[in-house]
Ligand binder design. Structure first.
Ligand SMILES: Cc1cc2nc3c(=O)[nH]c(=O)nc-3n(C[C@H](O)[C@H](O)[C@H](O)COP(=O)(O)OP(=O)(O)OC[C@H]3O[C@@H](n4cnc5c(N)ncnc54)[C@H](O)[C@@H]3O)c2cc1C
Length: 469
């Protein structure tokens, strides 16, 4: 797929891959050999009917191809961009045994973009420009006779559940803490990987289907779950609040100026549009020597954002080796091409003060890999007497995220794991009657498609319970 050259894109926030042309997409879809028992479908957490949509794409029936995907996945333009296809559907493609697997994600992205942009001319129409849509939340269509369901959190889990429940005829209200819906799709994943116009388009579609979206509503503060089920008259509640509480390293100096949680850094840039400062109100650090701690997608997003903000050098500090990097290989590749440097087998032990309350360096130890730990990856072990200083004026900590305790703490009787995640059964039911949960708040930090799958499953079960079927 063509993409912006690395040197150009490292200075802008526009999307990196430019998308297939119709002919490219048709050619790629034609590589699918239409297996009788398609492993790709099994490899997809929501079992998208991949060979069927690729066949429709091959026949240039783009709208039908998109509809086929939407039978099981509500956000194809999002999943086509951010799903880790290389470990899911594409990992199971039979062609991958001898050559490249079919690029399922890119084909998915193509049909979704094509339909969203209302393209008629299949030969020449450019699909690169996503139409800007104004966010509009039409008056709620709920009537007294309709059973009401509350969805808490407007990330992929909540949006999927809301869409499915609205289609089933329920009066759905989504309560979202932020001033914009979308969850991580809006505040975490940067514009250059997932244009926000796409998320806004999907939210508008939901609103058009009668889903009411209440922004700036922190459930647990503005309403409790008991109030929603009581005086607010909701028959069921789906909790999809994600796992957005940043994890720190708990090492000396973490409160120095210039040390950020990746969550805050990305939220400033993506949600508050700090990269357009001073046209927008939110400032953001533009370090001369930025260090990002961590090796996942969040670390790559933070590093690539720092680079685009005009920082001098940007380094990723990771305590294991390249082989153990949890980020998608495509993101690592893009980051490296753009000029992000990697320091593997390196572990920070303290942030050092410049004497004025700001960070001046990271104190680090060299590591080596020992025996596998509970995650199956080889455990990093410190090399004795290997400590060294790494000069920095801006550190972004991307060491993972935890469940925010606010909602669980305000909900008596909600069973939690030791780490604070909500316990559910295989249908997404919690220990509280009429309360379901799904997405990262149940699984811990996971993926968009798994969150969507959880939203779908819960919506189905809520319908089963509320309709007595
Ligand atoms: C920077 C970053 C990059 C990522 N990249 C990828 C990727 O490339 N591919 C991939 O598959 N996954 C990726 N992920 C993971 C993926 O985004 C998450 O697994 C997914 O978004 C989880 O969806 P969710 O609906 O459970 O929660 P979220 O997306 O976190 O949404 C939860 C929503 O609930 C709201 N909320 C929280 N508390 C309350 C409350 N008390 N009241 C009301 N609303 C509340 C939040 O504001 C938020 O909008 C990434 C995550 C991050 C942080």
């Amino acid at each position: 797929m063509p993409e912006q050259p690395a040197a150009v894109r490292a200075k802008n926030f526009l999307e990196v891959p430019l998308g297939y042309s119709p002919d490219d997409a048709v050619a790629e879809a034609s590589r699918c050999i239409q297996c009788k028992k398609p492993g790709c479908v099994e490899g997809c957490p929501v079992n998208v009917k991949i060979p069927e949509f690729l066949k429709l794409l091959r026949e240039r029936n783009f709208a039908a191809a998109e509809q086929k995907i939407k039978e099981t996945s509500s956000l194809p333009a999002v999943c086509g961009r951010v799903c880790p296809q290389e470990t899911q559907c594409e990992a199971r493609c039979i062609l991958g045994k001898k050559s490249e697997p079919v690029a399922v994600g890119r084909c998915e992205r193509f049909v979704a973009d094509f339909v969203r942009n209302g393209c008629e001319n299949t030969e020449t129409q450019s699909i690169l420009e996503t139409k800007k849509t104004e966010l509009k939340y039409p008056p709620c269509l709920h009537t007294a006779a309709v059973k009401k369901v509350a969805v808490i959190g407007a990330g992929p889990a909540g949006l999927t559940a809301a869409g499915d429940l609205a289609s089933l005829g329920y009066g759905v209200t989504v309560f979202e803490a932020f001033h914009k819906p979308g969850g991580v799709l809006m505040y975490g994943i940067p514009e250059f990987r997932l244009p926000k116009a796409i998320v806004e388009y999907e939210v508008n579609k939901l609103a058009e289907r009668g889903v009411k979206i209440e922004l700036n509503q922190v459930i647990g503060k503005t309403f409790t779950i008991d109030e929603l089920l009581g005086e607010e008259n909701f028959a069921a509640v789906f909790i999809s609040v994600g796992a957005g509480l940043p994890m720190f390293l708990n090492i000396p100096g973490e409160d120095l100026g210039g040390v950020y949680a990746a969550n805050e850094f990305l939220t400033r840039s993506n949600l508050m549009k700090a990269y357009q400062f001073p046209e927008t109100d939110t400032p953001i650090a533009r370090g001369k020597n930025v260090c990002v701690i961590g090796g996942g997608n969040v670390a790559m997003d933070a590093a690539r954002t720092a680079l685009r903000l005009g920082s001098g050098t940007v380094k990723i500090i990771y305590r294991r080796s390249r082989e153990e990097l949890p980020a998608r290989s495509e993101e690592v590749h893009h980051a490296e091409e753009e000029g992000v440097r990697f320091l593997f087998l390196t572990n920070p032990s303290a942030y050092l003060d410049d004497g004025h309350g700001r960070v001046r360096a990271l104190l680090c130890d060299k590591m080596q890999l020992g025996e596998p730990d509970e995650s199956g990856r080889r455990r990093p072990v410190m090399v004795q007497d290997s400590a060294f200083e790494l000069e920095t004026d801006c550190v972004i900590v991307a060491a993972g995220a935890l469940a925010n305790p606010l909602l669980p703490q305000s909900t008596p009787g909600l069973e939690l794991t030791k780490r604070g995640y909500i316990v559910t059964d295989e249908h997404g039911r919690t220990s509280r009657a009429n309360v379901w949960a799904g997405g990262d708040i149940v699984t811990g930090s996971a993926t968009v498609i798994l969150a969507m799958g959880a939203g779908k499953m819960a919506a189905n079960d809520i319908h089963g319970v509320l309709s007595g079927k």
